[in-house]
Write a protein that binds this ligand. Structure first.
Ligand SMILES: C[S@@+](CC[C@H](N)C(=O)[O-])C[C@H]1O[C@@H](n2cnc3c(N)ncnc32)[C@H](O)[C@@H]1O
Length: 221
């Protein structure tokens, strides 16, 4: 073999090495990029609620909390909504008790998982789960409303529900009560406490307060 042929063979070998390294580098970059995108797609919806103005993270209700919710709905029937329905446990438990149950939830993974759970438990015909922002939905059509929220949102939600709900509705707050409504009933203790508010009570209190305010204004004239 001549020196030139030897040099050519070595150069070809180097070229093959370098193109192999490039291909491995490209595949590794794609794999890393793909993994990061997948990681973001899965974890993003769980982190996003923490970055909103009102931070309402996914914290599932305990079994006792679910039991307490169902116990204060024993005499009730009709439609039920869980505002921020998480993995669907309250909606599914209520559907098993005969309610036509709906969940609104911002995190699409939790909504898909809730639908799967409802199907596994045989209540998919009695449940619906929507990927929605609770502040953009009207709850006027629901006769039973469940919320496991955070204190920072309760005042705003109180005003929204007071405006939207019919007098026959019942609202159940888990773990954190509403700031100005007086509960008709309280059950459980510690983190499993639930507060029950009947719309006819908070609506009549609101009308009374308005009347008193108006008569106060007239007295000042
Ligand atoms: C404390 S968890 C309660 C979950 C469920 N209700 C339970 O009791 O197991 C609150 C849920 O509200 C969801 N969430 C947060 N902000 C929301 C919004 N703006 N609209 C709808 N759901 C929201 C969160 O993703 C989380 O799953």
């Amino acid at each position: 073999m001549s020196g030139i042929e030897g040099d050519g063979g070595a150069a070809q070998g180097e070229n093959r090495d370098s193109s192999f390294r490039k291909r491995v580098g490209f595949i590794a970059t794609c794999a890393l990029g793909g993994s990061l995108v997948a990681l973001y797609a899965v974890t993003g919806p769980f982190i996003a609620p923490a970055l909103r103005k009102i931070c309402l993270p996914f914290v599932p209700a305990t079994n006792t909390q679910v039991k307490n919710v169902l116990s204060v709905l024993q005499s009730r029937s009709g439609t039920l909504v869980d505002i921020g329905s998480g993995d669907g446990r309250i909606v599914i438990a209520a559907a098993r008790k005969g309610f036509r149950s709906v969940g609104f939830e911002l995190n699409p993974w939790l909504v898909w998982y809730s639908r799967y759970r409802a199907w596994r438990q045989g209540v998919h015909r009695h449940t619906s789960f929507y990927i929605s922002d609770l502040w953009k939905v009207s709850f006027s059509q629901y006769s039973n409303v469940i919320i496991f929220g955070v204190p920072q949102m309760m005042e705003q939600l109180e005003a929204k529900l007071q405006m939207e709900l019919q007098s026959s509705a019942r609202v159940v707050a888990c773990r954190f009560p509403f700031p100005t409504w007086t509960p008709d009933h309280v059950t459980g203790e510690g983190i499993d406490t639930v507060w029950v508010y009947d719309a006819k009570t908070f609506k009549s209190h609101a009308s009374m307060a308005k009347l008193l305010n108006n008569s106060g204004d007239k007295n000042h004239l």
